[in-house]
Design a protein around this ligand. Structure first.
Ligand code: FE2
Ligand code: FE2
Length: 195
């Protein structure tokens, strides 16, 4: 599937969700800006952005069905991840199966766009931070992180992960171990840089 075909399909599927579409294009445009700055493959970023939330409006039941049909071990997913985060797993599966994506950078960027992970690739970081800071986002942490991106991508990534953990803690939501590992990793990385 070409980028144009993916976009057409997306416009059809999200016809009733104009705000989601706006968000997706916001992520794409932010990712393009960062991609140019860091000299990345822009097609990889555009496809990742277009597909990262394709299952966001699916019911929990549908998300679970897709996830169970692909991953051999799913108990840890439902034990660790709150419902808001499940769409990253199902979007990953649909990207592979429906859109025939084989590029690992695209797949990992989709899979890890919600809470990140330790030692992300540049593509994963750019999609993660673009999802967090795209222009339609208005929450306080996003405004803060948007400024930090200009200073340091890793500082922005750390802050977004840390603020997400704090947010979920306040909500008494489940938080996956991978988020804590990511926070630990980026905290250490920033400390080493400051040494
Ligand atoms: Fe998402
Ligand atoms: Fe998103």
């Amino acid at each position: 599937m070409t980028i144009e075909q993916i976009q057409e399909e997306l416009e059809r599927e999200l016809i009733e969700y104009p705000n989601r579409l706006k968000h997706i294009y916001g992520v794409r445009d932010t990712a393009l800006e960062l991609g140019r700055k860091y000299n990345l493959d822009l097609d990889v970023l555009v496809i990742s952005a277009l597909l990262h939330d394709i299952t966001k409006y699916f019911s929990k039941k549908d998300n679970v069905k897709i996830i169970d049909s692909y991953f051999p071990e799913t108990k840890f997913i439902y034990d660790e991840y709150n419902d808001k985060l499940l769409h990253a797993f199902s979007a990953y599966v649909l990207a592979k199966r429906k859109y025939n994506i084989t590029n690992g950078e695209i797949l990992n960027s989709i899979l890890n766009h919600t809470v990140g992970r330790a030692n992300m690739s540049m593509y994963e970081k750019v999609i993660f931070i673009s999802d967090y800071t795209e222009p339609n986002r208005t929450y306080e942490s996003c405004v803060k992180v948007r400024k930090l991106v200009k200073e340091s991508l890793d500082l922005a990534v750390f802050t977004a992960i840390n603020d997400s953990i704090i947010f979920y803690e306040k909500e008494h939501s489940k938080i996956p171990m991978i988020a804590f590992e990511a926070r630990h990793f980026y905290r250490n990385l920033l400390e080493e840089k400051n040494d």
